[in-house]
Design a protein around this ligand. Structure first.
Ligand SMILES: Cc1ncc(C[n+]2csc(CCOP(=O)(O)OP(=O)(O)O)c2C)c(N)n1
Ligand SMILES: [Mg+2]
Length: 528
């Protein structure tokens, strides 16, 4: 490693020291001294066809693996291309490290007309992520990477960005990479935990709502729900925190009025790891007669729904502490499973009102995939009316979708990131025709990686959701009725397989074939 050890090596060796073995990015003139070192460091460089796709792939990688997704871009336009994905990771609380090159030290902000020059790219980025920093030397670059990994421990995960000027990338470096020290998560006050446990134990209608902050607390939340006889609903980002086929699970249902009404009647509602934002509740609200909230982020403990008792701490540790603190003489609510079954049925009914054909499509996709598969969706009706409610998952980290930032073009690159996160595990993409066309070029990246991913495109002839919203406001359709290309032919042209059908009854066979194929298969499901 002695030759060419420079600022680029400082960054790349520090990535490797933190266990990074794949990055998503696009090489360019300015970041060559990062790319020089990836091979030696044992890091795979995956090349999506747009930096936004690289960012979404990294977001899904983080979502599925729990490890930070790493994005590498060159300066200027490459970084601004990745911004939407960075903002997505912020909105969805995912750990992401964006590394970009930058103009040489001393030339920044001077409007000299240099290649890739922008007014203040790190400053722009700083408006969107936890922090963004332009470093001044190779040691500082390595230290910033170490610090970035530290921010992914012990607190709500959020993206960070480091800009490394080209001259810093080229600077000689003879340091050693330092591994971050993990920050300990806050521990909930034991007195509060005891009070919360007593409230939960005394309740006759306990209920749990689990969000994206609880994805690493499956065992603990499930055990607490069983001990209390409490139905468990999740947010979309918390989907699968309790196996959705568990008798106490009522699915990712908190936007539904049936669930919101049931929560309001609960005499002890435990809310774990969610801000209960409007993007979770769709203009509804969550209230309970007594509300206990648990969050690692103190700022979230009272947001959108006042808490009677707030527990600041990591979900797994705090829920385990609640379980341990339940009084020994408590009586488990025997009616828990019956309450959950009734609520699940009410939620299904309500969700069916919006779902139309999407329920059946999702049932067919669900039946065709192995139980443990990962599904990636998009801001398409088939996802938020469909998969969220009609594609049950047995565990968290199996569903990639961005319910908060709700950005189109996420699904296909997310399928790439999920596949890299879980090598060999089945991954499928299910999305709308509009969503596909935001990032269709990423199909080539799936081809290159030889990933047997079924990409099921539900084609309703354009932006159906927006067409519906126009109709609701008496606006004649405008800008929403779109031409769909011959998607199967497009897929074949990119080296993928491509088929078209008009019937969801064909999906099981087509998906089975796709899972066995060499490379991805685009399945154009034309429901126009
Ligand atoms: C980046 C971005 N641009 C625009 C929108 C607004 N938008 C939300 S849904 C939608 C239509 C999506 O079309 P499609 O994926 O085909 O789903 P459909 O509504 O037809 O089911 C649009 C344009 C968005 N969510 N994200
Ligand atoms: Mg559509």
């Amino acid at each position: 490693m002695s030759e060419h050890r420079n600022g680029g090596a400082a960054v790349v060796e520090t990535l490797a020291a933190h266990g990074v073995n794949a990055i998503f990015g696009i090489p360019g003139t300015h970041n060559l001294e990062l790319y020089r070192h990836f091979g030696k460091a044992g890091i795979r460089a995956i090349t999506p066809r747009h930096e936004q796709g690289a960012g979404y792939a990294a977001e899904a990688y983080a979502r599925v693996s729990g490890r930070p997704g790493v994005v590498v871009t060159t300066s200027g336009p490459a970084l601004t291309n990745a911004m939407t994905a960075a903002a997505t990771a912020y909105g969805e609380s995912q750990p992401m490290l964006l590394l970009s090159s930058g103009l040489p030290t001393g030339t920044e902000g001077r409007d000299l007309g240099q290649l890739h020059e922008a007014k203040n790219p790190s400053g722009a980025m700083d408006q969107l992520v936890r922090w963004s920093r332009r470093v001044r030397g190779a040691d500082e670059a390595a230290a910033a990477v170490t610090e970035a990994f530290g921010t992914f421990t012990g607190r709500r995960p959020r993206p960070v960005h480091i800009e490394i000027p080209i001259d810093v990338l080229e600077q000689t470096w003879s340091g050693e990479p330092r591994v971050c020290t993990s920050v300990a998560a806050p521990h909930a006050d034991p007195g509060h935990v005891r009070r919360a446990a007593a409230l939960l134990a005394a309740a006759t209608q306990p209920m749990i709502i689990a969000g994206g902050g609880a994805v690493d607390a499956q065992a603990e939340v499930t055990a607490l729900a069983e001990a209390l006889g409490a139905p468990v609903a999740t947010t979309v980002n918390g989907k699968g925190v309790v196996d959705e086929s568990h008798p106490l699970s009522v699915g990712a249902s908190i936007r539904l009025r049936a669930l919101q009404r049931a929560a309001a009647e609960s005499d002890a509602l435990l809310v774990v790891g969610t801000e209960l934002g409007d993007s979770d509740l769709w203009e509804g609200q969550i209230r309970g007669r007594t509300v206990i909230r648990c969050d690692i982020d103190p700022a979230q403990l009272d947001k959108n729904c006042p808490a009677d008792l707030a527990l600041q701490g990591d979900a797994a540790t705090t829920v385990a502490a609640l379980l341990a603190a339940l009084p020994a003489d408590r009586v488990t609510t025997a009616t828990g499973s019956a309450r959950a079954a009734a609520l699940r049925a009410a939620c299904r009914d309500e969700a069916s009102n919006d779902a139309g054909a999407y329920a059946e499509i999702n049932a067919a996709v669900r039946a065709a995939l192995p139980a443990d598969a990962v599904l990636a969706g998009d801001s398409s009706q088939v996802t938020y009316f469909g998969s969220v409610h009609f594609f049950d998952v047995p565990a968290p980290r199996r569903f990639c979708y961005t319910p908060g930032f709700a950005t189109l073009g996420y699904g296909l690159p997310a399928g790439l990131g999920a596949s890299i996160a879980r090598p060999g595990a089945p991954v499928a993409v299910l999305l709308g025709d509009g969503a596909l066309m935001f990032s269709v070029q990423e199909l080539v990246a799936l081809v290159e990686q030889r990933l047997s991913v079924p990409v099921i495109v539900v084609d309703n002839g354009g932006y159906q959701e927006i067409r519906d919203q126009q109709a609701a406001r008496n606006i004649p359709p405008i800008g929403v009725e779109l031409r769909t290309p011959d998607l199967a032919a497009l897929a074949v042209a990119m080296g993928a397989h491509g088929v078209r059908t008009t019937s969801s009854a064909d999906l099981p066979e087509l998906i089975a074939g796709a899972l066995d194929a060499d490379g991805p298969t685009l399945i154009h499901l034309d429901i126009r």
